[in-house]
Design a protein around this ligand. Structure first.
Ligand code: SAM
Ligand code: SF4
Ligand code: SF4
Length: 345
């Protein structure tokens, strides 16, 4: 179904209470994952008896595609497929195909890379243009300790190669840095990806959800990360590619590439936050740290028209005043926030 002709929101779509437009939609296509990263889905919580969503609760590809078109009618320019691990959702390339057909949309996907060797070519063929792959260490023992399912680095590297060979470029690599786990891998990762054309991005460890036991002490700050790299490989700041870019860009002075730093804890970027998240079962969250969402699936399955859904979303956005990262404390970290694997990273 086509998105409704937009007249009401023609001026770039609705604005929230802090004047921010709606530009990015992150869609979680599954709450399941084949990894148990210690900072995201700790095994003690996401164990054998953990209740994941049932199949019928999940939005279908057709429902997701309908929602995506409605959102582009409200000003969304970029969609990221995520999860959980998006590539464990069967036939994901079919969804990519549906979304790639939306004119002018920047479509991308974040994956742990474990299934990419098999799937990269099919994703590219379906219309995906670029990809982000998470990798937290080059040292095998460290990486296995972090993913907690004994998954070797070599297979993620093979996935990265497959993505590049398929033309899913530029490949971005996400490394979450957690003190006491992998800060010794900052330099080896920087050395390894420098000059490859892949863009390595370091992410400050965040208090997502309420199961990862976050403490400020565990955050290796952006400043520490840049200083560590710059001591060996001189860096200079680079301009953002566009307003509201989440990653702060740094260039190697010798021209051998760039890195990004996502300093969501120490340099909150809420004032430019144009992101909204759709959970696997169709709940809309206006902040990564939200404690409740808005049920769009009920509208979809209850017979609402595209215009009715669009107006409901615009009204939700207009009420938004989220700025969690600007007000974070050790106390707020203990709130019962929605898990990232459910809401979408
Ligand atoms: N499974 C996919 C993956 O790992 O790339 C996609 C979903 S994952 C939730 C999306 C991103 O969030 C990953 O790059 C992951 O490293 C990051 N992430 C998860 N938990 C985090 C945390 N506590 N702090 C910072 N980043 C986190
Ligand atoms: Fe899975 Fe990604 Fe979370 Fe790791 S970060 S547990 S790969 S969803
Ligand atoms: Fe956006 Fe919420 Fe993150 Fe701030 S804390 S940048 S409002 S998602």
């Amino acid at each position: 179904m086509d998105a409704p002709q937009d007249t009401k929101y023609a001026q770039g779509g609705p604005r929230d209470r802090l004047g921010r437009p709606l530009r990015d939609l992150r869609i979680s296509v599954t709450d399941r994952c084949n990894f148990r990263c210690v900072y995201c889905m700790p095994k003690e919580v996401f164990g054998a008896d953990y209740q994941f969503l049932e199949r019928k609760a999940l939005l279908t590809f057709e429902e997701i595609s309908r929602i995506a078109r409605i959102f582009t009618g409200l000003g969304v320019e970029k969609i990221r497929l995520t999860g959980g691990e998006p590539l464990v959702r069967r036939n994901l390339e079919q969804l990519v195909g549906l979304l790639a057909g939306i004119p002018g949309l920047d479509l991308t996907l974040t994956t742990n890379g474990s299934l990419l060797e098999r799937k990269a070519a099919a994703l590219r063929q379906a219309g995906l243009k670029r990809i982000t792959i998470s990798l937290d260490a080059l040292d095998d023992a460290t990486f296995k300790r972090m993913n907690d399912v004994d998954f070797p680095v070599s297979r993620v590297l093979a996935g990265i190669e497959a993505a590049a060979a398929a033309g899913l470029t530029p490949v971005k690599i996400n490394m979450v840095v957690k003190r006491g786990e992998n800060e010794a891998d900052i330099l080896p990762m920087a050395r390894f990806f420098r000059g490859t054309g892949h863009i390595l991005r370091f992410i400050e460890y965040m208090d997502v959800g309420h199961t990862n036991g976050w403490r400020m002490h565990d955050v290796v700050t952006a400043r520490e990360i840049v200083a560590t790299i710059a001591r060996e490989m001189p860096l200079e700041p680079a301009d953002p590619n566009y307003q509201g870019e989440v990653a702060e860009r740094w260039r190697y002075r010798d021209g051998s590439g760039e890195i990004g730093i996502i300093a969501s804890v120490t340099q909150a970027f809420c004032r430019d936050c144009t992101r909204v998240r759709l959970s696997t079962e169709g709940k809309l969250f206006t902040c990564l740290f939200a404690t409740a969402g808005h049920d769009l699936r009920a509208l979809l399955r209850g017979g609402a028209s595209d215009t009715e859904i669009r107006d409901a979303v615009a009204a939700i956005w207009a009420r938004r005043a989220d700025r969690y990262s600007e007000i974070r404390t050790e106390q707020t970290a203990k709130l019962e926030k929605i898990e990232m694997s459910y809401i979408g990273g």
